[in-house]
Design a protein around this ligand. Sequence first.
Ligand code: ZN
Length: 104
Amino acid sequence: MKNEPTPLEDLDEETLFIVSQTFKALADPTRVRILNLLFYGEYSVNEIADKLSLLQSTVSHQLRFLKNLRLVKFRREGTSLYYTHDDEHVMGILRQTIEHANHH
Ligand SMILES: [Zn+2]
């Protein structure tokens, strides 16, 4: 069983890796736009590309990145994949950071 580290203890390597990867995911304006959109609902790759004026290939590439980090998930309907967010913590961090950007 893994104990929650106290703030005085150093973080283990796995935790550091995941934290760094999480901020890397949020350190790209396109990924931020996609995650922000997926906060509000479920969209196909086409719909995301359309709403954000992005190329489908760009959207697919970024969704793969976000899927690998388990920040988004999809379900298949016919020939389309519908994506939504898959992590409440990271969506919370994103909401907080957007509020931070807007309170100045
Ligand atoms: Zn702030």
